[in-house]
Design a protein around this ligand. Sequence first.
Ligand SMILES: [Zn+2]
Length: 204
Amino acid sequence: MELIPTQEEVVALLRKTGGLRDGHFEYPNGVHANEYIQVALTMRYYQVAKILSVALSRKLRAHSDIRVMIPELSVVAPATGGLPVAYGVCEALHAHQVYWGERDNASEPQHFRQFLDVKPGEKVLLVDDILRTGKKLGELKGLVEQQGGEVVALAVIVYQPYPGAVQFDPLPFYYLAKLEATYANDAASCDLCRRGVPLNKVRT
Ligand SMILES: [Zn+2]
């Protein structure tokens, strides 16, 4: 495998480690899909996590503007899915620090730990395991900017754009694999439901 695995190699790693499943799935919002990705299942295997983090860091390092920022770069992720990516990328890049946004419960906005202050003009790389709706990263970007930080790029392992996903143009955006699932808004419009394929309800 090359230092940056191809899309096919990343998909093979995801499948082999249980992070990518084919079937018939229903998300908590009622949307049906023909595949399910849970990158955390892949990231539990440290050696695989390392391959993916190193690959992402190489893509980032290839961007000359980002490369010069690395010594002062903060790698910031939504907890908890983004944490292994943040630490892996920070280690591979030799970036400055890692921190994360978290929420006390699902209805609260994300916040940083007490005494964690974003410095004015701080360069921030946002990372996560997957970008689907972009809501979590969009919220985190707002939180960083509200405290005076500057988001300079985004990077995720898997990009699986959901209809109407948040766009982060013109920021550089990196991913290792782009996956397009077939979505249906509900059971009534779902082809897999019509064909009687057994349904798995997924929690996230
Ligand atoms: Zn269905």
